[in-house]
Design a protein around this ligand. Structure first.
Ligand code: ADP
Ligand code: ADP
Length: 230
């Protein structure tokens, strides 16, 4: 079924930059979708509108059963709990341990301490970091920090994992480690939407490719390459 739908979405920033120029697309439950394109193409804007960080100037966005263009601010936390979001720069809380960073994401929902511990342990095992749960972020490598960020993002069992350049700061081997985790999460039925500049990742791990240029979708291809060779 359709999980995400953009209909004729326009985003014009106050300085008149047209970052989304009549974008329409549908993403089904369980898909893995790359969003590619040059810097300034509008990838981040496209992604930010999905979690209501930016609001479209016109058009319609549906995510799960939320209509984002008419969403009240009070409804945004409910939307965000159905999404997991991962950034290029990890955004971990430096004074909290690995365990606490992940548990913190769960606190908003009512759970007993035992339930929290069980869930945190499970997602840390999934990303291979059960041995680092008492470490602080600055004691971890970049790849490990990104794995903590992914564990935090999936702690609430989101239906959609949104990743904005998740491998942007990582060397190729570490990036592959991150991709293996994202693949595993996708195989467990979570929809993944990932903006990336990382051509070898897109070419190695084949999925649907949406290419954006000047705020428009110029390609939408199943199992596409980073650059369209066809
Ligand atoms: P990408 O993620 O592909 O690099 P962005 O979505 O960040 O592209 O940016 C698309 C265009 O919108 C660029 O021209 C950028 O400078 C502009 N832009 C992005 N965010 C803002 C903003 N908050 N205010 C004004 N212009 C912005
Ligand atoms: P990203 O590529 O992840 O969007 P950026 O460095 O482009 O990161 O943007 C950082 C912040 O600055 C974002 O909040 C973005 O919306 C804003 N921004 C980006 N481009 C512009 C711009 N041309 N004018 C004003 N704000 C911008």
């Amino acid at each position: 079924f359709i999980l995400i739908e953009y209909k004729d979405v326009v985003k014009e920033y106050p300085n008149n930059t047209l970052a989304s120029d009549h974008i329409s697309l549908k993403i089904n439950d369980g898909e893995f979708v790359y969003v590619v394109g040059p810097s300034g193409a509008g990838k981040s804007t496209f992604i930010k509108m999905m979690y209501h960080e930016e609001v479209p100037t016109s058009g319609h966005i549906q995510v799960n059963d939320h209509s984002l263009e008419k969403m009240k601010n009070s409804e945004v936390p409910r939307l965000r709990r159905e999404l997991g979001i991962v950034f290029q720069d990890f955004k971990l809380l430096p004074r909290l341990t690995v365990f606490e960073n992940v548990a913190y994401a769960l606190q908003v929902i009512e759970k007993t301490p035992a339930e929290v511990k069980e869930r945190v342990d499970r997602v840390l095992t999934l990303v291979g970091l059960e041995d680092k749960k008492d470490n602080f972020p600055d004691e971890l490598s970049g790849g490990e920090q990104q794995r903590v960020a992914i564990a935090r993002a999936i702690a609430n069992k989101p239906s959609i994992l949104i990743a904005d350049e998740p491998t942007g700061n990582l060397d190729p081997e570490t990036a592959r480690g991150i991709m293996d985790i994202l693949e595993k999460i996708n195989q467990e039925k979570t929809t993944v939407v990932m903006a990336t500049h990382n051509s070898f990742i897109v070419n190695e791990y084949k999925h649907r490719v949406i290419e954006i240029a000047d705020g428009k979708i110029i390609r939408d291809q199943e199992e596409g390459d980073y650059i369209d060779e066809s």
